[in-house]
Design a protein around this ligand. Sequence first.
Ligand code: XMP
Length: 330
Amino acid sequence: TWRMDSFVEHTIKEIREKVGDGKVLLALSGGVDSSVAAGLLSRAIGKQLTCVFVDHGLLRKNEGDEVEEVFGPNGQFDLNFIRVNAQERYYGKLAGVTEPEKKRKIIGEEFIRVFEEEAKKIGAVDFLAQGTIYPDVVESGLGGESAVIKSHHNVGGLPDYVDFKEIIEPLRNLFKDEVRKAGLELGIPEKLVFRQPFPGPGLGIRIIGEVTAEKVRIVQDADYIYREEVDAAVEEYRKEHGEAPEWMPNQYFAALTNMRSVGVMGDERTYDYAVALRAVNTVDFMTAEAANIPFEVLQKVMSRIINEVKGVNRCFYDITSKPPGTIEFE
Ligand code: XMP
């Protein structure tokens, strides 16, 4: 078996040979794949690489700043980093839109528009880099169910809205766990390397119904608390037993239902939103079971969310399997 440091070394050499003194453009999402691609390219060609990071205002709490800390001018990588703060623009486009597919479409199209505008400012580049990994290559080749779902989720094909000559995909022979190893090898923080899957449309599809800045704030804060408490409980279990608990979810997040109901806070009547907590155990994300998170952990999460997040007075735990449910809510 080949070692990861030799993969990194070898790939850096390959990139240098291929790119020469050309310019490379990469859309950086902050996800594992595009981050590792950015790290590799940066080590290979430095400032010949420009990364465009579009903050659509639908990221998890603090995530935009975390991406900037790692890849921005004060980070550890040599590259041109462009952060586009497109929050208001996205919220504007999404105002009044409630239909899930329409929301996905708007978010996807708006990404293309923002990226296209930035690409125009940069001008012609020689290479467009993508964080494609081996399973993406196989899925699109075989056209299986997974490929259908992927192309449905992510904009497929080569973008024709950027002026470039060639595609460069430095991760196309790697599986996910190898991508993570390469990321660690490159010095990308563990927090980013072991990030759980996050959908392209982000919190846009975890807010049922209309997306507003206020609802984004609620779901971000609730989700942050939920993840903090689950992570702490997992860590505690690990310390005690030397291994992760069986219930440790492969993906867990909070969503905001579009339901408001009556509650009581102090001696005030409230009429606020309900948060749904989702956590699943899954191998391939095609089928999944609700994770058996200990009740006392869920209770603590509920109590913290209702006390700390203004606008929430009820918490649900989603026990639906996939199928018939999906992991996300829209
Ligand atoms: P569902 O909701 O279809 O989710 O059961 C299965 C897995 O796919 C992720 N997901 C997405 N990933 N773009 C992505 O890159 C998307 O639009 C998207 N929608 C869902 C979801 O988080 C889960 O891991």
